[in-house]
Each structure stands twice: as structure tokens, then as C-alpha cells.
Write a protein that binds this ligand. Structure first.
Ligand SMILES: [Zn+2]
Length: 342
């Protein structure tokens, strides 16, 4: 198989595509603004152009996209309103003939940063994108967390103000409602990149606040952050976020929580998308020294109240076989090319 990857990033303001090699180097990069409609046609033209320019044909394709994205490659990115239940993976496979993996932009970013960026050798961290929206991708115990539907890590919709602003998701008070590009532009009446210092600081503070909670829930203390807003706000954003983390992350296992910019800079989205393809299936990201672990006392799904009197059935909630199966899943959860999406 070719050692080149076709990498695609689908953002709310721009569509990017490129060719990335096995060392994580971006050989070709091209982009166009995300049009208000006919997004797919613009996407297809860009992809054809990039593939035609590739020194040798790529062997696989990875796609990072604003969420939500389901594990079957069907996406409904909040900031691409014309795509609801859009079959991104199938469409790109038909267009290119390449095996294709689609995941959220932040899970792509986390994968790329573990592969060749600021989180190499780190088994527990979160990758964050602050751009059109805010999103996260968590690597825990060396594995990219998927969640029930494939959207684990969606920190943009953590509630940071209980009675706060309406959010594009339909909720209220989400991080995204304060820190997304459109939220900032609505509030300030100017391009987000020209936001006043107070808004840049507040963005950092709120992201730091959400991350402090993530650190406590998932047991990690490194956040690698990219996205045009975070990188554009630069030191003002990162210093405010770090200050908030220093104040809020005070448990023994979260103190010292560090927030750093992506190591791959503006190439992070494309290298991340390539990492999705390289470590496919998406359930099986495997960093160099990662060892998959599941909690030893996980007794499997609970199907009812724990009184033991809700049904007449006398099944045991946990058997030795459960423990064996758990180990088996852990063993195949790393690199298993035969596995398929569920
Ligand atoms: Zn929301």
C-alpha cells in the first residue's frame, strides 16, 4: 500500500486537503473557503486537484470534520448547516476509491499530536480545537476515546454558565456559546481574529475552566490546543487558560495541568486527518508505548435498579467470562485492521 495519505479537513470557514507522508510531513496542501451551499462540489474539486498533484497515488484517506460525526462516517457538522446526516465517508470513498476514515476534527488533532506533535509518548491528554467551534478529542491510556456514538470529548458543549446564552446545539450556556467564532463575532461586531484583549482572555479562561473539569473526570493533565482562534489569540489565550487551570485544577492528580499549543502548528488538522487513516480503524489509535487498559472492576452494563427484586430472572450480573472478554477487547482494541465500524 502507498505510504501517502490523502488528508482532508472540513471546517466551518475553510475546506483543506493535502497529501501527508508516513513521517507526518505535509507534501501538498490546498484549501478553499467553505461555501454557504454546494459544499460537496467544492470539496470534490479540491480533492481531485490534490490527488492529481500527489507524487504517487495515496493509499488511504482520513477526514477530520466538525462534529457531530458518527462512527459510520455520517456527519452533521453544526457549522455546515447544509450537511445533516451527510454520508461523508461513502461520498469520499466513491470519489477517490480510497479506504476512508472520518472522525471529529479534535479527535483527528489529538491523533496527529500523539503521532508527530506535542503529545508524542503521552498516553493521557486531550487535544482541543478552538476555531469555528470548540471541540476535544481525548486519548486515555493510549486509546482514542470514542464514546457510545463516536463523539467522546465534545467539550464545546460543556455548560460553563448554567443560565447562559443559547447555543447552536439547542442547549444553553455551553463553552461554544462564548468561545466559537460566530459567538465572538456576534458579541463584538467584528472579525473574531480582531477581538479585544478582554475577549481573548475570557476565551482562555473559559476553555481553562472546562479543561480543569475534564482533567478531574478523565484523569489527565495535558491539553494540546490548536484551531485558528486559539493560535491567533496566542499568548493572551494560553496565559489566561493556564492561570485558570492553576486555580481550578487542584487535586493531586490534576495539579500541574499544562495547556500548550499544538506542536504541528497550522499543519495539525491535516497531519491529524492522516493519523486517522494511518491508525484506522478509528477505534484503534495506537501510540508508540500505549497499552490498552479497561477498568478491572467493570462489571458490564447495568440493566435495571440494583435492588435485585425488579425481575424474576436470576442471572448473575458478572461472570468470569465477562472478565475474559474484557481482556480480549483490550487486546484487539489497538491495531486490528480487520475490525469494522459499528
Ligand atoms: Zn451547545
Amino acid at each position: 500500500m502507498s505510504e501517502l495519505y490523502l488528508a482532508i479537513d472540513i471546517g466551518g470557514t475553510k475546506l483543506t486537503a493535502g497529501i501527508v507522508d508516513a513521517q507526518g510531513a505535509v507534501l501538498i496542501r490546498d484549501r478553499v473557503p467553505t461555501p454557504p451551499r454546494d459544499v460537496w462540489q467544492a470539496r470534490a474539486r479540491l480533492v481531485r486537484r490534490v490527488v492529481a498533484a500527489s507524487p504517487t497515488p495515496p493509499g488511504a484517506c482520513g477526514v477530520g470534520c466538525g462534529g457531530p460525526v458518527k462512527s459510520d462516517g455520517i456527519g452533521s457538522p453544526l457549522y455546515v448547516p447544509s450537511w445533516r446526516g451527510f454520508p461523508i465517508r461513502d461520498q469520499i470513498e466513491q470519489l477517490t476509491g480510497l479506504p476512508t476514515v472520518v472522525d471529529t476534527d479534535a479527535k483527528a488533532l489529538a491523533s496527529g499530536e500523539a503521532w508527530h506533535g506535542a503529545a508524542q509518548g503521552v498516553n493521557d491528554f486531550i487535544g482541543v480545537v478552538v476555531a469555528t467551534g470548540v471541540s476535544g478529542g481525548i486519548i486515555s491510556g493510549g486509546r482514542l476515546l470514542q464514546g457510545r456514538s463516536g463523539n467522546a470529548g465534545g467539550i464545546g458543549h460543556m455548560v460553563v454558565e448554567p443560565d447562559g446564552r443559547d447555543c447552536v446545539c439547542g442547549g444553553q450556556g455551553c463553552l461554544d456559546a462564548y468561545c466559537s467564532r460566530s459567538a465572538i463575532e456576534e458579541e463584538t461586531g467584528r472579525a473574531a481574529q480582531r477581538a479585544p484583549r478582554a475577549i481573548m482572555e475570557r476565551t482562555g479562561t473559559l476553555v481553562g475552566r472546562a479543561l480543569a473539569s475534564v482533567g478531574a473526570v478523565v484523569d489527565l493533565k495535558l491539553a494540546v490546543v490548536g484551531g485558528s482562534l486559539a493560535l491567533g489569540f496566542g499568548d493572551v489565550f494560553f496565559e489566561a487558560a493556564q492561570h485558570e487551570l492553576d486555580v481550578r485544577a487542584r487535586l493531586g492528580f490534576t495539579s500541574g495541568f499544562k495547556i500548550v499549543p499544538v506542536g504541528l502548528g497550522h499543519h495539525a488538522p491535516l497531519v491529524g486527518a492522516a493519523a486517522l487513516a494511518r491508525f484506522a480503524p478509528p477505534q484503534s489509535f495506537s501510540p508508540p508505548a500505549g497499552v490498552a487498559r479497561l477498568p478491572a472492576d467493570d462489571t458490564g452494563p447495568s440493566t435495571g435498579p440494583s435492588t435485585g427484586a425488579s425481575t424474576g430472572a436470576s442471572t448473575s450480573p458478572s461472570t468470569p467470562a465477562d472478565a475474559d472478554r474484557e481482556g480480549g477487547e483490550a487486546a484487539t482494541g489497538q491495531l486490528s485492521p480487520g475490525a469494522t465500524d459499528e
